[in-house]
Design a protein around this ligand. Structure first.
Ligand SMILES: Cc1cc2nc3c(=O)[nH]c(=O)nc-3n(C[C@H](O)[C@H](O)[C@H](O)COP(=O)(O)OP(=O)(O)OC[C@H]3O[C@@H](n4cnc5c(N)ncnc54)[C@H](O)[C@@H]3O)c2cc1C
Length: 567
């Protein structure tokens, strides 16, 4: 009897096969703008389906290693990474996944929507990046911080061009050293101290507990300028060169030499993100340059970086969900159960269709956050800035949770094969779990949303968007319009009542529920907007999303019937 060998699911083109991504770009960029982006997106999609998939597998199979000493006993604290990781680094530079929104020709072509194009690149790149998407996010955050007018021109000129270079031989990434063992969420407990040196640079001393991209050439570290007092507001961002690069600010070190005062204690042994070196790092009078005036409370400046990394996190979540869906769909076509293709099972189709609704919602949330970010950066648009204040944490928290629950379903949809490492499927789940943790856990971001609502009136732009979407929804579906109107009215009442007593235990305990309800209503509105522009898939997704997340109804039957349109 011959042995059965399961046919391998065919590779998926993540750009050509993603109708929602393409119509989103058509709407946000216009036909000419989308046409101008197509070459870049198709090139990246081809790499993602081919060489980067292999590089991803190599980087996962060969995790980073810490080399503490050179052969002659000199302390080097070097982090060796795999060929696959290096390939990811080169691809990130070549495809401009960090650089795009900073490139003058991109801003000339797309204006504020250069961030929309970047989001599309990240959507394609992230799931096959072996989590190089993390250094990408932090490099982008550092570039945004360095772009602030408060930052010294010399510092900016020395480092920004490398962060946004598209030449793999020149491009660098950045780490982000914030978390200390006594507190990641509670930055007020940070104890790293900064002291000025005579030459205008600073020296940092302290311990950083989670430092991802520890192989990066630089990091942005938070430190407490000596004498500045307690709390988190006074913490200031500093640039710490990790390895000397050819820069006047690398204080005369030979290129590649480790900067003095930075000790890598060990690499973390993590559940996922295995190719990504995450280290515990000690700073002992480590050379640093301030990013802005350290005498001016600096947490606000650092938030420029954090907002960028949060929206990247949302993009990573949504991109991973879309890729998992594409893999699961392809597998269902080639796997046979109960006398037919798995993809013809109404129950399996309903499972995939429900996941497709979630993937569409996550994509819209992440996409909206990037669109707002572009408007803030390019147009200095105050309305966009007010909305981004609440959309960044909402997008991050809602997509992070969806990514984990979806990844679990994707693994299950492969049956036992989904649990076996060399299929490449288990990493979907491992790598999803970091998304709700770093850059603010779900609860910590919910409290941030509560602060934004009660202290900064951040509910107003959201409620205005919901009200406008109710009108747009009416011609599409009166039931959808009524559902959204009901949700908006309830949210308005809740915001009024929490603002009256923001510190009460009941309000604090309910912060996560409120944040998720806001995110679900916002997502409905975003899908409605896209549907009203003329996208049929978004119209269906909006109706099913609203039933699933606002009315808590079962959508299996529709998800099964309309799977082809939803994917
Ligand atoms: C893979 C990975 C990579 C990372 N990379 C980096 C990096 O490069 N740079 C960096 O700076 N950090 C990094 N981190 C750290 C990450 O940002 C922190 O772990 C995270 O912010 C949570 O902080 P914590 O670990 O101190 O947990 P805690 O803050 O102690 O949280 C523990 C629990 O308490 C809850 N909690 C905390 N405060 C409150 C509150 N006020 N009310 C209610 N609940 C609360 C949280 O939701 C959580 O469930 C990384 C983490 C991981 C897992």
């Amino acid at each position: 009897m011959s042995r059965f060998v399961q046919p391998v699911p065919p590779p998926v083109d993540p750009y050509a096969g993603d109708g929602l991504l393409r119509s989103w770009l058509e709407r946000h960029l216009g036909p000419a703008g989308h046409a101008a982006a197509k070459g870049r997106l198709a090139d990246l999609a081809a790499d993602v389906a081919g060489p980067l998939r292999a590089a991803h597998a190599d980087a996962e199979a060969h995790p980073p290693a810490l080399v503490r000493y050179d052969p002659w006993g000199a302390r080097v604290d070097r982090i060796d990474t795999s060929a696959g990781w290096q390939e990811q680094r080169a691809a990130a530079a070549r495809h401009a996944v960090v650089a795009l929104p900073y490139l003058p020709d991109a801003r000339g072509t797309w204006g504020a929507a250069a961030r929309v194009v970047q989001h599309a690149l990240l959507h394609l790149y992230g799931p096959e990046s072996a989590t190089f998407s993390c250094p990408v996010a932090m490099a982008d955050g550092a570039a945004a911080l360095l772009s602030l007018p408060e930052v010294d021109n010399g510092v900016r000129d020395a480092w920004l061009p490398r962060l946004i270079s598209t030449d793999p031989a020149v491009a660098i990434t950045s780490g982000q050293w914030m978390t200390e063992s006594q507190g990641g969420s509670d930055l007020g407990r940070s104890s790293t101290i900064g002291r000025p040196a005579v030459d205008g640079s600073w020296r940092l001393t302290g311990e950083k507990w989670f430092c991802s991209a520890a192989d990066a050439a630089m990091a942005v570290a938070l430190a407490r300028p000596e004498g500045s007092g307690r709390g988190s507001r006074v913490l200031a961002p500093f640039l710490v060169p990790r390895y000397a690069v050819d820069s006047p600010l690398a204080h005369g070190l030979a290129p590649g030499a480790p900067a003095p005062g930075v000790t890598v204690h060990r690499l973390k042994d993590k559940l996922g993100t295995r190719a990504l070196p995450t280290a515990e790092i000690g700073l002992h009078d480590a050379y640093a340059v301030p990013l802005g005036d350290p005498a001016v409370p600096g947490l606000v400046r650092a938030m420029t970086l954090v907002v960028v990394t949060r929206v990247h996190n949302a993009a990573a979540a949504a991109g991973g969900m879309r890729r998992g869906l594409a893999y699961a769909r392809a597998y269902a076509d080639v796997r046979h159960v109960a006398g037919g293709a798995l993809s013809s099972s109404p129950l399996h189709r309903a499972t995939l269709g429900t996941l497709a609704v979630d993937a569409a919602g996550a994509f819209a949330l992440a996409g909206h956050a990037f669109a707002l970010l572009g408007r803030v950066e390019v147009g200095a648009d105050p309305e966009a800035a007010a909305e981004l204040r609440i959309v960044a944490p909402l997008a991050k928290l809602a997509t992070g949770r969806l990514a984990v629950s979806s990844a679990s379903e994707y693994v299950e949809s492969f049956g036992g094969a989904g649990y076996v490492e060399d299929t490449g499927v288990p990493r979907l789940l491992r790598d999803a779990q970091v998304l709700p943790i770093w850059e603010g856990t779900t609860n910590v971001l919910s409290l941030d949303v509560l602060r934004a609502l009660t202290r900064e009136d951040a509910g107003a732009p959201l409620l205005a968007r919901l009200a406008a979407a109710v009108d747009l929804a009416r011609p599409l579906s009166p039931v959808l319009a009524d559902t959204l109107a009901g949700a908006a009215a309830q949210l308005g009442d809740t915001i009024t009542s929490v603002t009256a007593d923001p510190g009460s235990p009941a309000v604090l305990a309910g912060a996560r529920g409120l944040a998720l309800r806001l995110a679900y209503a916002l997502t409905t509105a975003l899908l409605v907007e896209h549907a009203a522009w003329g996208d049929e898939q978004a119209a269906l997704a909006a109706r099913l999303w609203a039933r699933r997340w606002l009315r808590h109804e079962e959508i299996a039957e529709d998800a099964h019937h309309h799977l082809d349109l939803l994917c």
